[in-house]
Design a protein around this ligand. Structure first.
Ligand code: FE2
Length: 211
């Protein structure tokens, strides 16, 4: 399995291209806002793109879908009911060559947020960033996200975390590292503490020198 993180413009967005070396079959996660760098990689390695995954329905993650579909014939995969060619539920598995992709429903940032596990890699979309978590608007959404993050943190610690935006001090992390250093994750024992940090994040960032 080859796993590539690609800068795709916008607000420091990341796309991910994952492919099977033997069969040259590929999948891409969130080829947006700019799908051209992703298409260039596909061409460069003579890949056949089978699936486009969307980690959630925000336009900065979905904007490149049509462009890439029209040029590759790939099928769009979203959370069930999300308007893709294929809908996936929590626990669904899709195979691409010898790669197994497992989908984990992680609502909160949006109701249709999913994370995608492939081998040692976990694509976390806007649910989990390096040192931060996805934005929410209401206490109810924050509670839903809190539960989703607890679910993610029960996964093996060595898994690599690959976020939807380059918002942290590094472009990727691990579950273990987030457990030790991410101030939101360190507050998963108590929802009130987690919510407090969300509500006071702007001040907390300044006080702790976080960019
Ligand atoms: Fe988003």
């Amino acid at each position: 399995m080859i796993f590539k993180q690609i800068n795709s413009g916008g607000d420091r967005n990341f796309s991910y291209l994952i492919y099977c070396e033997e069969t040259k079959l590929a999948a891409v996660s969130d080829p947006s806002p700019d799908p051209v760098p992703v298409l260039n990689e596909i061409k460069k390695h003579s890949l056949e793109l089978q699936y486009i995954f969307n980690t959630h329905s925000h336009p900065d993650h979905t904007g490149g879908n049509e462009y890439l579909k029209n040029r590759t014939g790939a099928k769009l995969v979203t959370f069930e009911g999300g308007g893709g060619d294929l809908g996936v539920n929590d626990g669904a598995v899709l195979n691409v060559g010898n790669i197994s992709f497992e989908f984990i429903h992680t609502p909160g940032h949006t109701p249709d947020s999913i994370c995608i596990k492939a081998g040692e890699n976990l694509v976390t979309g806007d649910t989990l960033f390096v040192g931060k978590v996805g934005g929410t608007y209401t206490e109810e959404e924050a509670k839903v996200e809190f539960e989703s993050l607890k679910k993610l943190m029960s996964l093996p610690g060595h898994l690599k975390v690959w976020p939807g935006h380059n918002y942290g001090i590094a472009p990727s992390s691990t579950i273990d590292n987030e457990l030790k250093t991410n101030p939101f994750i360190m507050r998963l024992n108590k929802f009130e503490d987690f919510l407090w940090l969300k509500q006071n994040w702007a001040t907390y960032k300044v006080e702790h020198g976080i960019q």
